[in-house]
Design a protein around this ligand. Structure first.
Ligand code: 26Q
Length: 813
């Protein structure tokens, strides 16, 4: 037995266990050991955090308010240690206690305060901001419950609550002294005074917003960034008057009503449902953030006229848009500014990132509901709308159709994207293609008059979490090959190109992949009791379930493979394991039925004697940041199958690429740029591109029925949806999917061109499979080239572009 040293970290943890939990290491649970060691790490962070914040204030630095309704942070424990450079020290300390790092780390609950790409992007951005030492604060909502946990029961998705705060969160610090009031409802009275028309908001009800701050540590950086999340609290925690009268229920009621605001994250992704509580959530955190921003500026600099010199606000999609009229309100009603003066300030501070062009995802609010809930904000939005339409009239005189299309308020609705475009200084798309589509379609009217307003900044991912934390094997190989400079400097990934011709290097690269596949197999066995073949090709599609992402196409492909193997019972095939990981919005019936289909297809192929040795289908439950950290490093193939033009960027495509998976994908979102960087021989592109899709839509030339008749394998696969071979109780289980492909609900069959692209997908998959099977060395070379070219997709690059083109912050040295 090796001698176990009582290092500084060991002593600290023992001390923390004693003072914080009254325990010795012998009687502490794993949970307590996690809590105590996390508290030790937090102490180290506090030192840096306090100093950094003082410095930012003392030097009068401009800061970024990155506003987002979602921050999908995942776990912080290992990430913090990696970024602080103390991982090995703590690993040794856990050794002392006879525990594995991974066992302790697994105690932490994911902070799953986001749905998918948009929320995770916000989290990656904070890591890069901290690493690049750019002064920033992330502002959002401290949901008590994050995105639901997913269980699969009898093939169906079941949603369970995600009580991530159950055991407390060691990283957050509550600041009750900085709570602010948020006002809802009531009415607005306008009075003429010596200062002009003054609005007075009356009879409102009040909710308190209490901030919780979390430090986000950068890699080899002494400047943690703050994530400030607001929690709703009743003004009166408990109404003594009701209580004394014996009305106990009533005594609690107000508290419950107020605190429901930050209770739970809405699970809708790329779909908008105009719910009043959601509007409350958005106003709640935007108002709190604007009050905080104004208060801070006044305390530090006194005069609000200089606000745009010291603060810049990035709006992550339209969800935080109310920050714009809210800042107007504060300046007008509380600070006594005139309209033009206030507008001049506001118009120089806000920038808006768009994440979708899909109509059903564009945020709109019913005017009456909006007015009832936020009467003062409503009157400001009306005024902004009038001013904007008047301005538009100068550019487009008489063109009422265009002006009503661009208006902020029209047809009884308030359109948040139009409000953003009207007021924001810069509006950006999240990939080059998406940026082009914004100019060409969604914001074409604006582009004609203000071309400088629109830009494209391609998304990125932090290679600390998505490589250093989640793939220690590949990180070690890169460090051994290149040194560890790439962790701070993303341009150094490229140096790997000097090694991709060396067989010895490729062997090592392949060995790392095998290790990661083994690790995933163990994870799947541990969490779901499923045994998988580690030597098979791992093909992964992991993302939210949505029709446009076309998980259905992959299902049909599997049914084609099934038919193919069944037709050749004596032939040998390359074994393939196909992984799906996806949560469906609970109200999205068709998406949930696609999950049902995936599990039925899994049952079919995994249990058929002819196919089970060659084809395994696994549905990974509860996809989130932590399961992604197991899944992505193990992938050989990354599936990016969205209908061209519909995936604004995609970011899992970047994570897979960085971890040495080869992409099969359409020319959509950031796939286009991945393809440009790795070269067409190192990616498998298939299907219609965006122009072709647009042409088919415009001329209505796509007839899936004809294609179905002509193509035998497509016909057979689609037929399996209703021919009874799938092991489900009802023969009608999948008839809606069948119907949607061939007939469509309102006369638009197959709106996502699944059948159109399927034959080309089958072809390209065969090509990829052949390369993997027949030329393994070429395959791993391609995989390694993907890693080598992935530096561009680091969120460090993305953040530097935002900073150059929009924010203009200077790093704190
Ligand atoms: C808004 C209002 C009401 C209800 C729900 C919503 C809502 C919530 C979440 C709308 C959209 C979202 C999330 C969208 C999202 O994640 N979009 C993805 O953003 C990624 C980061 O830019 C892109 O890579 C993806 O292409 C895009 O789909």
């Amino acid at each position: 037995m090796p001698e176990r040293k009582k290092t500084r970290e060991v002593r600290r943890i023992i001390d923390k266990l004693k003072t914080g939990y009254g325990k010795t290491p012998e009687d502490a649970s794993r949970e307590e050991l996690y809590q105590a060691s996390a508290a030790c790490i937090r102490d180290e962070i506090m030192e840096l955090w306090v100093q950094a914040n003082h410095k930012i204030e003392a030097e009068g630095r401009k800061i970024l308010y990155y506003m987002s309704a979602e921050f999908l942070m995942g776990r912080a424990f290992v990430n913090n240690m990696v970024n602080l450079g103390i991982l090995d020290k703590y690993r040794t300390a856990f050794d002392y206690f006879g525990l594995e790092l991974s066992e302790i780390a697994a105690q932490e609950k994911d902070a799953g305060l986001g749905n998918g790409g948009l929320g995770r992007l916000a989290a990656c951005f904070l890591d890069s901001l901290a690493t690049l030492k750019l002064p920033a604060v992330g502002c959002g909502i401290r949901y008590e419950y994050g995105l639901f946990r997913q269980k699969i029961v009898d093939g169906e998705q079941v949603e369970l609550e995600d009580n991530w705060l159950e055991d407390g969160c060691v990283w957050e610090i509550e600041h009750p002294d900085e709570a602010v009031e948020i006002h809802f409802g009531g009415e607005v009275e306008e009075n003429w005074t010596a200062q002009g028309l003054q609005a007075v908001h009356k009879n409102y009800s009040t909710v308190l917003a209490v901030p919780y701050d979390m430090p986000v540590v950068g890699y080899a950086s002494d400047m943690p960034v703050t994530l400030r999340l607001w929690s709703a609290r009743a003004v009166k925690r408990f109404d003594m008057e009701y209580f004394n009268r014996g009305d106990y229920l009533h005594a609690m009621e107000e508290k419950e009503l107020a605190e429901v605001i930050s209770k739970v994250l809405y699970p809708e992704d790329n779909h908008e449902q105009g719910k009043q509580l959601r509007l409350k959530q958005f106003y709640f955190f935007t108002s709190a953030t604007m009050q905080y921003m104004v208060r801070r500026h006044k305390e530090l600099y006194g005069d609000l006229h200089t606000l745009p010199d010291y603060a810049v606000v990035q709006i992550n999609d339209t969800h935080p848009t109310l920050a714009i009229p809210e800042l107007m309100r504060i300046l007008l009603d509380q600070e006594g500014f005139h309209w033009d003066e206030a507008y001049d300030i506001v118009s120089r501070m806000f920038h808006y990132t768009n994440h979708t062009i899909m109509n059903e995802a564009l945020e709109r609010w019913n005017e009456q509901m909006f007015k009832m809930l936020l009467p003062r904000i409503y009157s400001i939005v009306q005024a902004l709308n009038e001013q904007y339409c008047r301005r538009l009239y100068q550019y487009y005189p008489g063109d009422m159709e265009r002006i009503s299309r661009m208006a902020i308020v029209a047809y009884g609705e308030i359109r948040m994207a139009n409000l953003c475009v009207a007021v924001a200084e810069k509006v950006n798309g999240v990939s080059q293609l998406h940026g082009d589509i914004l100019k060409k379609r969604l914001f074409a009217d604006t582009y004609r008059i203000h071309p400088e307003k629109l830009l494209a900044i391609t998304n990125g991912i932090t290679h600390r979490r998505w490589l250093a934390v989640s793939n220690p094997g590949l990180t070690a190989l890169l460090t051994e090959t290149l040194g560890d400079g790439f962790l701070k400097d993303y341009t150094q990934f490229e140096k790997l190109m000097d090694h991709v011709d060396q067989e010895a290097f490729l062997e090592k690269f392949a060995a790392v992949k095998r290790q990661n596949k083994k690790r995933l197999a163990e994870y799947v066995y541990r969490t779901q009791g499923i045994v998988i073949h580690e030597d098979s090709l791992f093909d992964v599609q992991a993302k939210r379930l949505h029709e446009y992402k076309r998980q259905l196409m992959k299902c049909l492909h599997i049914l084609c493979l099934y038919d193919e193997i069944k037709a050749h019972p004596d032939k040998n095939f390359q074994p393939v394991t196909i992984f799906f990981a996806a949560k469906a919005s609970p109200g999205y019936i068709r998406a949930k039925n696609i999950i049902r289909l995936i599990n039925a297809v899994a049952d079919l192929v995994n249990n058929d004697v002819d196919t089970k040795d060659f084809l395994t289908v696994v549905f990974i439950e509860n996809y989130g940041v932590s399961s992604a950290e197991f899944l992505i490093p193990a992938a050989d193939i990354s599936e990016q199958l969205s209908t061209a033009g519909l995936e604004a960027s995609g970011t899992s495509n970047m994570k897979f690429m960085m971890n040495g998976a080869v992409t099969i994908g359409t020319m959509d979102g950031a796939n286009v740029e991945i393809s440009q960087r790795v070269g067409t021989e190192n990616i498998f592109i298939f299907g219609a591109d965006e122009t072709e899709i647009e042409r088919m839509k415009a001329y209505q030339t796509y007839l899936p029925g004809e294609l179905y008749e002509k193509n035998q394998s497509v016909r057979r696969a689609v037929g399996h949806l209703i021919d009874g071979i799938l092991p489900v109780a009802s023969p009608h289980q999948f008839s809606d999917l069948y119907q949607s492909l061939l007939f469509g609900k309102f006369g638009t069959p197959d709106p996502y061109f699944v059948l159109y692209d399927l034959p080309d997908y089958i072809r390209i998959f065969e090509k990829a499979l052949a390369k993997y099977t027949e030329k393994p060395l070429d395959w791993y070379q391609t995989a390694a080239i993907n890693t080598a070219k992935s530096g561009y997709f680091s969120s460090d690059r993305t953040i530097l572009e935002y900073n150059d083109q929009i924010w203009h912050l200077t790093p704190v040295e």
